[in-house]
Design a protein around this ligand. Structure first.
Ligand SMILES: Nc1ncnc2c1ncn2[C@@H]1O[C@H](COP(=O)(O)OP(=O)(O)OP(=O)(O)O)[C@@H](O)[C@H]1O
Ligand SMILES: [Mg+2]
Length: 263
């Protein structure tokens, strides 16, 4: 049973749409779900139905300079020569900074983890990596991580405990090239299972399936391209709350079932 789920892929392919909808579907089945936004431009909050007034007040942990200083002993940007704690306390952060979204999904926004050249050796990375490790290893919720293209911040010792990494691709070849890179990174850090989902499908799934097969990634499902998502977005409604998007939601439900996500 997959409990720790990472979602990655090229920019704009639909990671957040999938992450938010999966989180809500699992919560509706009575699961305790923690949605984790690790994207530099966090948007998982709207996908899990947090209203705009509340979203405005959501600060990613990566920008909480006082907190980072309090926990690691060093203020971000102050002096990278200083020693900071590599094992900062993190086990209270979900309770303190997590927010409750629709269907009882809990959301925590981590924000950017600098990955340039393997990531900076800096207090903000130390705190966020430690927190990710805690989320993956120590907690009992179903974890849905919206991760952009990098997966290295999971790091060895944490990545092995991720049950599945879902790489989202879209029609065409560019996002498949990105998928190949992500798969390699995932292998390097030790994520055991990597699969792909085709989003914005125009019905020509065989092309994508065979391209993915060439690089050894199984396509586990596809989500149709539907303009309803854009309409829902204009009205600030998550797809799962829009009647017009029911095909998208059932496709995501099917993917969840295929992956053996908790029911
Ligand atoms: N199945 C779909 N049909 C039509 N449009 C879609 C579909 N899925 C997502 N979109 C649209 O594509 C855009 C990107 O979706 P989303 O934000 O989920 O992608 P992302 O991978 O999280 O992007 P980013 O890399 O910016 O975080 C949004 O405008 C969304 O409304
Ligand atoms: Mg996103």
């Amino acid at each position: 049973m997959a409990q720790r789920i990472g979602i990655a892929g090229k920019g704009g392919v639909g990671k957040t749409t999938l992450a938010g909808t999966l989180a809500r579907l699992l919560a509706r089945r009575g699961k305790k779900v923690l949605a984790v936004d690790i994207d530099p431009s966090p948007s998982l909050a709207s996908a899990v139905g947090i209203p705009e007034e509340e979203r405005k007040n959501l600060v990613p942990l990566s920008r909480m300079l006082d907190l980072i200083e309090e926990r690691t002993g060093v203020r971000p940007g102050s002096s990278y020569g200083q020693m900071f704690k590599l094992n900062p306390k993190v086990d209270d952060l979900v309770d303190r900074y997590g927010v409750v979204a629709k269907d009882g999904v809990r959301l925590i926004v981590l924000g950017t983890i600098d990955l340039g050249g393997g990531g900076c050796f800096c207090p903000e990375n130390a705190l966020l990596k430690r927190l990710l490790r805690h989320l993956v290893l120590d907690r009992d919720e179903v974890l849905i991580m919206d991760m952009e293209a990098g997966v290295e911040h999971l790091g060895r010792g944490t990545a092995e405990s991720v049950d599945v990494l879902i790489i989202v691709v879209e029609p065409g070849t560019k996002s498949i090239e990105t998928a190949a890179r992500i798969r390699k990174l995932a292998e390097d850090v030790g994520i055991g299972k990597v699969v792909a989902v085709l989003n914005k499908s125009l019905g020509k799934d065989d092309f994508t399936r065979s391209k993915l097969a060439d690089i050894g990634i199984e396509l586990v499902g596809s989500i149709p391209h539907k303009p309803c998502i854009i309409e829902a977005d204009m009205n600030d409604i998550p797809p799962i709350d829009s009647e017009d998007c029911s095909e998208i939601v059932s496709a995501i439900e099917e993917i969840g079932e295929k992956l053996g996500l908790p029911d």
